[in-house]
Write a protein that binds this ligand. Structure first.
Ligand code: NAP
Length: 309
């Protein structure tokens, strides 16, 4: 069985930062990634608010630079999903889809996954007009009319991005004021190709072979109406990705992992970093900072509990 001092789950900014710090501490370090290295930022066109990132830094290129830096420091990256973590003598057993691994300490940095609309037609038309990633799918909607559900930073930023391709972008927000603030909001509100429909929820995704429209509910009048569309992008926030740790660590009511300021969870030897935490800000800069703290604290823990392999 492969044995590591520190196992990190998730290769987004939190996990890659943790990997960099742990490897530089000469810990035998592994990061597991089941999906895309770089995490959610790879689905963002430009990262504008990570201090020092080049002006044209795409989420993908920033993630790639983080990966390279962690690898150069000696961190191993394994493309495998960890489905279960169990405590054992001297550490933890991590059960992957292919192999089992052992680690003295674990850092959970698995981030979050999009919250679904949960309405009829959504699952049926996913990939046929329903999307959760504008940078992945925007090019399929050149000259077409699309909708965006949500009113937070993701919905507003991605709606603005979509106007580069689509002829018209409607944003459906469930209340009368966007959650997104500042420059991101102003840019959308001043975009002539975008229109925000306030007090609207998506009740149904309509289609035949592909999406043809949505049924909307006006939350003030209670009336439903049909809007023809070629696609619908869902940005209704995110939910934590913690199924491998069910019952192991304490979470808040919404499932976000509770930590102290040293990124320690309720389970000794298990740390959490980045979006997966119950935190006040989910940004690249906070994820990277969390990862650094988690790695240094996990290193101290390893040296005090069983030592390095
Ligand atoms: P978010 O801030 O949680 O916003 C989710 C949006 O979806 C809210 O407008 C919410 O409405 C709406 N919503 C949630 N559940 C819904 C439902 N069942 N039906 C209809 N609407 C629903 O999520 P986010 O925009 O993905 O952002 C997540 C985090 O990443 C935030 O901390 C954000 O600041 C950060 N982020 C930052 C940037 C950036 O450029 N700096 C970009 C993207 C994301 P209500 O407003 O009514 O709650």
């Amino acid at each position: 069985m492969h044995k590591y001092d520190i196992a990190i789950i998730g290769a987004g900014p939190a996990g890659l930062s943790a990997g960099l710090y742990a490897a530089r501490d000469l810990m035998k370090t592994v990061i597991f990634e089941k999906n895309t290295v770089g995490g959610l930022i790879t689905q963002t066109d430009v990262i504008e608010n990570y201090p020092g990132a080049p002006e044209d830094s795409s989420g993908f290129s920033l993630g790639e630079r983080m990966r390279q830096q962690a690898a150069d420091a000696g961190c191993t990256l394994v493309y495998e999903e960890i489905t279960k973590v169990e405590r054992t003598d001297g550490g933890f057993i991590l059960k992957g889809t292919r192999e089992e691994y052992m680690a003295r300490a674990v850092i959970i940095a698995g981030g979050s996954v999009p919250r679904k609309l949960g309405v009829p037609g959504e699952a049926e038309f996913t990939g046929k007009g329903v999307s959760y990633c504008a940078t992945c799918d925007a090019m399929f909607f050149r000259g077409k009319v699309v909708g965006v559900s949500g009113g937070g930073d993701s919905a507003v930023k991605e709606a603005d991005f979509l106007t580069r391709f689509a002829s018209k972008v409607y944003v459906f927000h469930r209340r009368d004021e966007l959650r997104a603030r500042g420059e991101v909001r102003e840019r959308l509100l001043n975009n002539p190709k975008a229109e925000v429909l306030y007090n609207r929820t998506v009740e149904k995704v309509l289609g035949e072979a592909k999406v043809t429209g949505v049924e909307l509910r006006d939350t003030v009048s209670g009336e439903n109406s049909v809007l023809p569309l070629d696609g619908i992008f869902v940005f209704n926030g995110f939910v934590p990705d913690t199924s491998a740790f069910a019952d192991m660590v304490e979470t808040d009511e919404a499932g976000w992992i509770i930590t102290d300021e040293r990124m320690r969870t309720s389970a000794e030897g298990v740390f959490a970093a980045g979006d997966v935490r119950n935190t006040v800000l989910r940004q690249v800069v906070t994820a990277a900072a969390d990862g650094a703290i988690a790695a240094t604290q996990a290193g101290l823990y390893v040296d005090e509990h069983g030592g390095r392999f």
